[in-house]
Design a protein around this ligand. Structure first.
Ligand code: FAD
Ligand code: FES
Length: 350
């Protein structure tokens, strides 16, 4: 069984199999709608259901307040049609950006390498070519759990994608990746998702800020940037708690040697860096505060755990960077999903 979904103000109509969320149906059929986490946590995909019935799915009550439901709003990454529906969404068009379609892939695990005490680098070989914007992510299906987890692609070489996965204690994907994932295993994934990607370089100096595995999408962006523009001015501040958590240090040191306009500042917050080390001390937001006078005219990309991203964005504002020049990817987890509403109820949109 399939339902018709009409997206206003575009006036475009698609058909979606029962059980598919509205966002996914649109992204797979060439209607790009704003989204970020795709897990009902961030609220980016909120839109008004004008006609028809939906199942609200697993929407965080922080991302979708009760009064918003009353007004007919839903999170499209969670909402599944129970009839034909009409949705009014904010469709923001970005000049010069062509969004790749979301598709399902099967992949074989090529490598699983420990790169720091709590991070594995996983290399997958997809079953066919893919197109993605540097910084976008894929949804991995976690076997035996019927859940998906978002992981950002860090390197794209032909069909090979590199991912950086951090261990969360008792996390379903973490336990699988750290305890049983092996070379030769098969992984089902879909993507690419997200609006955190490198914008066409327009000459504005770039500031890349990464916390932990937030380095993954940032690495994809920086690699793509220097392939296109070898002399582009950019700074990377990569934050971790301890020096042994600063993985891919050699990669970025080599990049800064090859490209003198690239400045690399690894930083640790919970220990004193060794003497004569290139590592600086402090959290990423503290390093921003003492490194830059003003950031007007820059573009900033921030990725990592949500509290780190919030602190960095506040520091960027302090340095006079406008919100429109800041791109962020919050690595939300189930913990941040907070008080979830798993309501079996559906309601009629207005
Ligand atoms: C857009 C995006 C991109 C991302 N990219 C990356 C990436 O490149 N690399 C990366 O490492 N991560 C990334 N993440 C995070 C990733 O998707 C997972 O959330 C993370 O790996 C944890 O998944 P898990 O299944 O191991 O843990 P989960 O099962 O999701 O649990 C996470 C933690 O919360 C606890 N927990 C679970 N449920 C609850 C609850 N109801 N209440 C309180 N605590 C709970 C668990 O014990 C665990 O410690 C990204 C997230 C997003 C949204
Ligand atoms: S994309 Fe739907 S809530 Fe984040």
């Amino acid at each position: 069984m399939a339902y018709r979904i009409r997206i206003e103000p575009l006036g475009r109509e698609i058909s979606a199999p029962q059980g598919t969320n509205i966002l996914d149906a649109c992204l797979r059929q060439g209607i790009w709608l704003p989204h970020a986490c795709t897990h009902g946590t961030c609220g980016t995909c909120k839109a008004q259901v004008l006609e028809g019935e939906i199942d609200y799915g697993d929407a965080s009550s922080f991302a979708l307040m009760d009064f918003e439901r009353e007004d007919g709003y839903a999170l499209l990454c969670q909402a599944k049609p129970l009839s034909d529906v009409v949705v009014e969404a904010e469709v923001d068009v970005e000049e010069g950006v062509e969004f790749p379609l979301v598709e399902d892939y099967r992949a074989m695990v090529v490598h699983v390498d420990p790169v720091s005490p709590l991070v594995r680098r996983v290399t997958l070989e997809l079953d066919r070519d893919t197109v993605l914007l540097p910084g976008q992510y894929f949804q991995w299906e976690v076997p035996g759990h019927q859940v998906k987890r978002a992981y950002s692609a860090a390197q794209i070489t032909g069909r090979r994608l590199e991912f950086h996965i951090k261990y969360s204690p008792q996390g379903v994907a973490s336990e699988w990746v750290f305890n049983s994932l092996r070379p030769g295993d098969q992984v089902a994934l879909s993507g690419p998702y997200g609006r955190f990607f490198l914008r066409p370089p327009d000459g504005s100096p770039a500031v890349f800020l990464a916390g932990g595995t937030g380095l993954a999408p940032i690495k994809a962006m920086i690699t793509a940037l220097y392939l296109q523009r070898p002399d582009y001015p950019a700074t990377l501040i990569f934050g971790a708690r301890t020096v042994d958590e600063l993985y891919d240090d050699k990669y970025f040191r080599a990049l800064s040697t090859a490209h003198p306009t690239f400045r690399y500042l690894p930083a640790v917050s919970d220990e004193t860096p060794p003497d004569n080390s290139h590592v600086v001390s402090g959290r990423v937001d503290e390093v921003i505060a003492r490194t830059f006078e003003r950031l007007q005219g820059h573009k900033a990309y921030v990725a990592g755990p949500s509290p780190m991203v919030d602190a960095c964005v506040a520091a960027l504002y302090q340095k006079r960077l406008f919100a429109r020049d800041i791109y962020r990817e919050d690595f939300f987890t189930q913990e941040e999903h907070g008080q979830t509403i798993r309501s079996p109820l559906s309601r009629r949109g207005r």
